[in-house]
Design a protein. Structure first.
Length: 129
């Protein structure tokens, strides 16, 4: 019996009107270096290894809506980013060009919108006493 092929997740890809601009935002936010830089494709790599983030230019990009509503582009995926200080992380993300989403479903999570409108969550681990 043949072995199944090996599958390795290498990146999550986000579309954007300008791949380089959105990659620059996430590179600064996560402090990740650029691994690939092509005219319409940029990949960031986590310094410790593992799956990265890629960005591709999509001229017909339509930002997703958060929360979802009928007839609007729905969010298909989002990034969860653990932080050690939620308030400081929100401040840094907004200084880099993100905005805080109007709808916030949890106290220990901040739903943010990146500069082109992709939702992402900053969250802090809540420890039990």
């Amino acid at each position: 019996m043949e072995s199944p092929p090996r599958f390795t997740l290498t990146a999550t890809v986000l579309d954007a009107p300008d791949a380089r601009a959105l990659a620059s935002f996430y590179g600064d936010l996560l402090d990740w270096p650029v691994r690939t830089d092509e005219p319409d494709w940029v990949t960031l790599a986590p310094p410790a290894g593992g799956a990265g983030l890629s960005f591709q230019t999509e001229p017909l990009f339509a930002p997703p809506t958060w929360p979802a509503r009928p007839g609007a582009q729905q969010m298909m995926t989002h990034l969860d980013i653990e932080v050690t200080d939620l308030a400081a992380a929100v401040e840094r993300a907004t200084a880099l060009g993100a905005s805080v989403a109007d709808f916030q479903p949890q106290d220990d999570v901040r739903v943010m919108l990146d500069p082109v409108g992709h939702p992402f969550c900053l969250w802090i681990r809540v420890t039990s006493a």
